[in-house]
Design a protein around this ligand. Structure first.
Ligand code: NZQ
Ligand code: ZN
Length: 384
């Protein structure tokens, strides 16, 4: 196991009815800005619960954060903060709202052009304090220091990171996920699954506990994911999915192990260039990446097959093939296609995707840094 240090400062408040805890989680003298997306929170009762919890606070609101949040929308929020003197940001929504809120929180305290946080990785040392009311279990953004913001005019989807951007608290009420459309439920399950795989499916370093954590999350998502679609009001199912998604990317399972975020990086280019949902890109690329890297990932693929899919019989190569097939079938059963052409992306688009990877210096990906543009191209060809 590699060396590591770990400190996740986000307080997690889990369960039905917990949105009311906002009242005591934000000091009364803060001027709160509630940030939300396209309006789902005004249809499912979440906005009312947040308003009631903030009854004794001074607060204003900023809506309209789009899925794959846009840089210019974030700049508009900064104007609102200046005009209203907001001192505390409360994100109410999915990963897009949480990510945008983190960017806004950092940009509000940033000395310089906020674009450089995205384009040059300029350091964010300070940020406005923020909290999250999560409405879509998927990204883990509610308790990690990461975000992704898109600059639409240049089709760049760019990640950023700062320890100053950990939310102070995150409220996880599984009942608010009842109103999610099936497509978003499925997207969330795929995203959490792939986050887990990208911290697990590399090569063994003797980190047995992290492996058991990861396998536990994957098995829980396999058990409960399909039920979240067929039994949408099953609290226990929703609770297990929500907790799995948070645990998949709050830092814990990635401690002391090699990681491989190649599927995510290639996926971001597909979203930026072709507008595919984040999880759709992952469902397409992950099985192809497993197949392309099967020799480098051999030991872990066998372990994954055994511990996650109960594959005991057949030759090693047969078990690896089955493990990849099971992964693809799981995504398809959730209704997320694993074929690139189903999203209107064809062979003719591959060169521009590769060019975008090069433009973003994503030319040595994976746990061995051996996923060159040529390998990424081979992966994309497997996705057609
Ligand atoms: O905008 P509203 O009207 O709220 O509707 C949203 C949106 O249309 C809707 N929704 C959310 N909660 C709902 C709901 N509809 C009904 N009932 C509810 N309870 O769902 C749609 C999608 O929301 P979005 O926030 O975009 O989805 P998700 O949570 O999957 O976030 C995706 C974004 O997160 C980034 C992705 O790249 C993408 O930009 N990621 C962030 C990560 C991080 N910060 O660590 C890691 C991830 O790998 C990912 O890259
Ligand atoms: Zn993701």
């Amino acid at each position: 196991m590699y060396n590591f240090s770990f400190q996740n400062p986000t307080k997690l408040i889990f369960g039905e009815g917990q949105i009311a805890k906002i009242a005591t989680s934000i000091p009364k003298d803060e001027k709160v800005l509630v940030i939300y997306g396209g309006g789902s929170i005004k249809k499912n009762g979440v906005y009312e619960q947040v308003s009631a919890a903030l009854a004794e606070h001074s607060w204003s609101e900023f809506g309209g954060i789009e899925p794959n949040p846009g840089f210019h929308t974030c700049l508009n929020a900064l104007e609102h903060i200046k005009a209203n003197g907001s001192t505390f940001l409360l994100a109410v929504g999915g990963g897009s709202v949480a990510d945008a809120t983190k960017f806004i929180a950092g940009a509000a305290c940033f000395d310089g052009d906020p674009l450089t946080i995205l384009t040059e990785g300029a350091r964010v040392h300070q940020a406005l304090p923020l909290g999250v009311v999560l409405t879509l279990p998927a990204t883990g953004s509610e308790s990690n220091p990461n975000g992704v913001v898109t600059r639409y005019e240049t089709q760049d989807k760019m990640p950023f990171y700062s320890r100053a951007l950990y939310p102070q608290f995150a409220i996880l009420d599984p009942t608010v996920t009842y109103s999610l459309p099936n497509k978003q439920v499925a997207n969330g399950i795929v995203d959490a699954f792939v986050h887990t795989v990208e911290q697990y499916l590399t090569f063994p370093v003797g980190a047995d506990l992290q492996d058991r954590f990861a396998e536990g999350i994957l098995r829980t998502l396999i058990d409960h994911g399909p039920k979240a679609l067929s039994e949408p009001k099953n609290y226990n199912v929703r609770a297990n999915v929500m907790w799995s998604a948070t645990m998949a990317l709050n830092g814990l399972i990635g401690l002391g192990v090699p990681q491989d975020w190649s599927t995510h990086f290639i996926g971001h280019e597909l979203t930026a260039l072709h507008g595919m949902d984040h999880a759709q890109t992952l469902a397409v690329i992950l099985p192809a990446m497993m197949a392309e890297q099967r020799e480098q990932k051999r030991e872990k693929l066998l372990q994954y097959g055994r511990e996650v899919w109960n594959l005991e019989h057949g030759t090693e190569d047969e078990r690896i093939e089955r493990a990849i097939d099971e992964t693809r079938a799981f995504f398809e059963a959730l209704g997320v296609s694993t074929c690139l052409e189903d999203y209107g992306v064809t062979e003719t688009h591959i060169p521009e995707i590769i060019a975008a990877l090069k433009k973003h210096n994503l030319t040595a990906l994976g746990e061995h840094k051996d996923i060159t543009p040529e390998v990424s191209e081979a992966v994309l060809r497997r996705c057609l």
